[in-house]
Design a protein around this ligand. Structure first.
Ligand SMILES: [Zn+2]
Length: 694
């Protein structure tokens, strides 16, 4: 239904564009009928009625003046093949590469087994110029790439000037510097909201923001240009859609995480490190800054922009987080964004999204947790990779012109990012719900750990000759740990020791936002926390690219205990899927980590080093006071009163998230104050103190 409606809109616009003189001569045999053109930002969607027996279609574009007189040669700019969209009965093609604002005449013809049929009746349209009224300050800003008509990419200094002008002129925008590159270039982030962005990272997080990482590989610059154009429209556009989007969330755009690589046009940063193989290890200041930003701003959805050197693949290869430690709900939500939204919307607009790894893609799109796509998934962020096909290839034969090629790539990224915004707006409840389910899964420490290994990705819907999904990437037996430990323990040297590959483990663990329990002889990092799937990939000696090979702490109780449990001073109790009949008492310096455990009585911790309750059921009261390390109570059902007070935690902010509490909840004098990372608790009784809003 939606498709039909949009086609009607196209028809109306086309009729307007060509003065309503759309009446065609009697069709010749094999001639395309019903050609319609709608021009958008940097591309034009062509739609037509299919011709019986057509094996492909050629799109012809001719520059014309106001009198419809040709001002240049007619060129075949596009080849539509029956593998490029999910609605082959309604063919569309996003013709791109032209200079926005120019006027063209388009024709389409079918070919039947290579034999060209007559061209359609031509359709004329003037394409929209670059967005923004040149007479309105702010809107009038243009990037170097735009002013040179794609002859030059936007330099670092031009980016900083443009960014600074947007920041200064738009109330909706705050530009923050999230870090600096190895060579000292600022890494800026646009924080965009309406009427103004929230002031603190935590306040931004409360709006369920979305993030776009525009340019990690310095020699893949086209998404960055799309991002800079997008930022201007969001900063100054007063159309209802823009206002609506920005009234409901905050948009985070990082144009250049790898400014040094961009300036040098290299894939890696100035040390040669591929930053998209460093988002877990965060050895480099660029990735370290980005991961800290994720910790503080907590986007719920993201896109990561790239270019891809495969001339026979789709326009817009995409891929979700596939690593098998990513929660199923995040994988499913990411696939929903790609398959249900992008494939469908692409078929309407004429773009060709497909699974990354398409024909001849080789061994790409695998499970390295070092790749942002996977890191984000392991941080419970719905997301996708975006690859702009570098070369024009068979389907875009007019891209030997460098500017044409660059414009097609940049405007296809702009289309994708706009669709991403729309997807987030329309599906936020589902995205948030998937994140909640993911955190509940992760804190419960349920199921095996996979060090490397991916979920399968279905092929682009048939017919899709050659456009195959990325390779199967099942985990090898040596990459599977069937019984997860309950925590890892690092020695002082492992935790604080100087390293040759970057900052200390302590600093990197802090940047990831993981909770840590200080004990007499080391540091314990329980898996009962939201990034459970990522923790072993950095702390287990069996992992492919670990940070340290820490000691696994295994469960101390998995069965049934018919009496009370006393966790003595200095000892660690790890309960996994256990049942405890009597009351549980944790003494000073003790550690209690319990996942999937049923407590028939109360849980009382006084002066503990750490208390982690994930996915438990507790029939009595819970009292956690005076903890020194860290406290996590998440996805747990508690029958009676919960008291969380006087916890002065050095190992991270107390987390209370996604619990169901049938009694009251009282929180007093905790430092820092507890948070729920935007996953509210259901509390039947009164809430008081610091937990009033949790
Ligand atoms: Zn890339």
């Amino acid at each position: 239904m939606k498709l039909v409606r949009i086609v009607i809109v196209v028809a109306v616009v086309v009729a307007t564009a060509i003065g309503g003189s759309a009446s065609a001569l009697a069709a010749e045999p094999g001639q395309v009928q019903g050609l319609m053109v709608i021009a958008s930002d940097g591309f034009a969607t062509l739609a037509w009625q299919p011709v019986n027996g057509a094996t492909d279609y050629q799109i012809e574009r001719t520059p014309v003046d106001a009198n419809a007189t040709a001002t240049g040669p007619s060129v075949i700019t596009g080849l539509w093949r029956p593998n490029r969209q999910v609605h082959n009965e309604l063919p569309t093609f996003a013709d791109a590469g032209f200079n926005p604002g120019d006027r063209f005449r388009w024709r389409v013809r079918a070919r039947i087994s290579g034999a060209a049929q007559p061209f359609s009746t031509p359709v004329l349209a003037t394409t929209p110029p670059p967005w923004g009224d040149p007479a309105v300050p702010g809107e009038s800003l243009r990037t170097q790439w735009e002013t040179t008509q794609a002859a030059q990419f936007t330099s670092d200094s031009n980016e900083f000037a443009y960014t600074g002008e947007i920041d200064a002129r738009s109330q909706r925008v705050r530009v923050v510097q999230i870090g600096r590159t190895v060579l000292g270039r600022p890494i800026n982030m646009f924080v965009i909201g309406y009427p103004a962005p929230p002031v603190t990272p935590a306040a931004v997080a409360a709006t369920s923001p979305l993030a776009i990482n525009c340019n990690v590989h310095g020699n893949e610059p086209s998404d960055r240009e799309g991002c800079l154009i997008l930022a201007r429209k969001l900063a100054f556009g007063n159309d209802p859609r823009t206002i609506d989007l920005l009234s409901h969330t905050t948009v985070l755009i990082v144009p250049s995480i790898n400014g040094d690589g961009r300036a040098a046009n290299t894939r890696g940063n100035s040390t040669g490190q591929d930053l998209n193989r460093d988002y877990s290890l965060i050895r480099q200041p660029e990735t370290f800054a980005f991961v800290k930003m994720l910790r503080d701003y907590r986007p719920v959805a993201a896109f990561d922009g790239h270019e891809f050197g495969n001339s026979s693949a789709g326009d817009l290869p995409m891929l979700p987080p596939r690593h098998q430690n990513v929660a199923q709900s995040i994988f499913d939500q990411s696939q929903d964004m790609i398959v249900r939204h992008m494939y469908q919307r692409g078929a309407l607009a004429g773009w060709w999204p497909c699974p990354y790894g398409c024909a001849n893609g080789g061994s790409v799109g695998l499970s390295e947790e070092t790749i942002l796509r996977n890191t984000l998934g392991l941080k419970n962020v719905t997301n996708s990779l975006l690859e702009l096909r570098s070369a024009g290839g068979t389907t875009r034969p007019n891209e030997s012109s460098v500017a044409n090629n660059r414009r097609r790539k940049t405007y296809s990224s702009l289309w994708t990012f706009n669709e991403f915004l729309d997807y987030h707006r329309a599906n936020l409840a589902s995205i948030v719900s998937s994140r909640k389910a993911a955190v509940a899964f992760q804190v419960s420490n349920t199921g095996r750990i996979v060090f490397r290994g991916s979920r399968p990705i279905p092929a682009f819907p048939a017919p899709h000759p050659g456009e195959s999904p990325p390779p199967v990437d099942a985990p090898a037996p040596s990459a599977i740990l069937n019984q997860p430990p309950c925590a890892y323990k690092l020695t002082e040297q492992q935790y604080h020791g100087a390293r040759s590959d970057g900052l200390t483990a302590a600093e990197r663990i802090d940047a990831h936002g993981w909770k840590v329990i200080r004990v007499a002889d080391g540091y314990i990092i329980p898996l009962a926390q939201p990034e459970r799937g990522l923790i072993p990939l950095l702390l287990d000696a069996q992992a492919a690219e670990e940070l340290v090979g820490a000691q696994r702490l295994l469960p101390t109780l998995t069965g049934s205990l018919n009496g009370p449990l006393d966790v003595a001073a200095g000892s660690v109790a790890c309960l996994a899927g256990a049942t405890v009949q009597g009351p549980v008492t944790v003494g000073p310096g003790g550690v209690l980590i319990a996942t999937g455990t049923t407590f028939s009585n109360s849980v009382t911790a006084t002066g503990a080093a750490g208390v982690f309750l994930g996915g438990d059921t507790i029939s009595g009261t819970v009292s956690v006071t005076g903890t020194t390390g860290a406290v996590v109570i998440a996805a747990t059902e508690i029958t009676l009163e919960v008291v969380v007070s006087d916890n002065n935690t050095s190992g991270g902010t107390t987390l209370l998230a996604g619990n169901v509490m049938h009694g009251p909840l009282r929180c007093d004098a905790n430092s820092p104050a507890p948070v729920n990372i935007e996953i509210p608790n259901a509390v039947a009784g009164p809430r008081s103190g610091q937990c009033t809003a949790l």
